[in-house]
Design a protein around this ligand. Structure first.
Ligand code: SAH
Length: 344
């Protein structure tokens, strides 16, 4: 595949400009977008209300998506993990999580990751490169196309990579996903998850787009957090929490703090007490994630008893929390796992 213009990475005004330059009336752009985003059509050939000549010239100069599906694996619980190949032969992954009345898509924003959280597979080989907005949106279009009968209701940017370290392209993709001309998913149904980059979190406030923000916390004291998430050395909890408070104050929205429970590491009573104290005056919720155990890391999921005790401490202190259901374990649906298995 060569460097063609990619429809998946454009908002309507940009596509209109391209189409007008081709000597076509601007409304053709809207027609193309309807085919791509509303009717899940990934080939120009099938856009039957365009002339054959236009379809041909579109095909010669543009492409709809910039990724190719290389593999998909379906879990017993219907979670589907997709591996996509980029034009430069990198491999990225996305996860589709259908439920009875909704479906969530977990997207990647980078090939690999530079942040090296010790429990996560995505950073095992460092960062290869950022994904472009068209590659981020292509994940959505290809998965929508493969699942035409399941309405896509939620997007979580929790796949491979750190979205706020690829700020421009991630935001562009969010705008395309949000635009009624394009995918049209409400901003509140789009969640950006970050390892905690203060400057970018504050930049997000200024965007004026009502996306949900999740911050991966995983520990409530600096020493432990730094050992799990090296980014904490650069941006310690004091700075991260001040940023979180400022975000909440300026947006009047809540933050979800992600906390993956790891046996004997961050699931002890004192961890729960520290967490409750850290969050006691912040408008937030904690989302507990069950650890997906990686073979080589010697980290294990907490037992039901430890989880129960942890919950009781938070209950006493009035901290709101949810538990993310564990899905797709049998298909290695945690960040970077399938890709790692694929490349080894
Ligand atoms: N870089 C972003 C988004 C990608 S990770 C971030 O750090 O938030 C999405 C979530 O999955 C994060 O909360 C991350 O800490 C968590 N995660 C990573 N590896 C995991 C594993 N092996 N088991 C459970 N959760 C994991």
């Amino acid at each position: 595949m060569d460097k063609k213009i990619v429809v998946a990475g454009m908002l309507l005004p940009e596509l209109s400009e391209v189409i007008t330059k081709m000597g076509e009336p601007g409304f053709r752009a809207k027609q193309i977008m309807e085919w791509v985003f509303k009717k899940n059509t990934l080939s120009f050939e099938r856009m039957s209300n365009l002339s054959a000549a236009l379809r041909q010239s579109l095909d010669a100069s543009m492409q709809v998506v910039s990724l190719r599906e290389s593999r998909s694996v379906v879990s017993a619980d219907k979670t589907v993990k997709y591996l996509f190949q980029t034009r430069d032969n990198n491999v990225i992954e996305s996860v589709f999580l259908p439920e009875s009345k909704r479906a969530t898509l977990c997207l990647s924003t980078q090939v690999g990751c530079a942040f090296g959280c010790t429990f996560c597979a995505s950073g095992a080989n460092g960062l290869a490169r950022d994904l472009s907005a068209d590659e981020i949106v292509s994940q959505v279009l290809l998965i929508k196309n493969a699942n035409p009968d399941t309405p896509l209701t939620n997007i979580v940017i929790m796949g491979m990579g750190e979205p706020l370290a690829n700020y421009e392209q991630t935001l562009k993709a969010v705008r395309i996903m949000n635009s009624p001309d394009c995918i049209g998913i409400a901003a509140r149904k789009i969640t950006i998850s970050t390892c905690g980059l203060p400057k970018e979190i504050m930049r997000l406030v200024k965007e004026g787009i009502q996306v949900e923000l999740s911050v991966s916390l995983h520990a409530a004291d600096d020493e432990l957090r730094t050992s799990l998430m090296p980014v904490n050395k650069k941006y310690p909890l004091f700075e991260l929490m001040n940023t979180a408070k400022e975000y909440i104050r300026q947006t009047n929205r809540i933050i979800t703090f992600e906390y993956v429970l790891i046996k004997g590491v961050n699931d002890r009573k004192e961890d729960a007490q520290r967490l409750a104290a850290l969050l006691s005056r912040i408008k937030c919720k904690v989302n507990f994630i069950t650890l997906n155990e990686l073979e080589d890391r010697k980290m294990f999921t907490s037992s039901p008893k430890e989880i129960e005790e942890f919950k009781q401490i938070l209950d006493k202190r009035g901290i709101h929390y949810t538990f993310r259901r564990k899905r797709g374990r049998d298909i290695q649906a945690a960040c970077g796992q399938l890709r790692m298995a694929h490349s080894s």
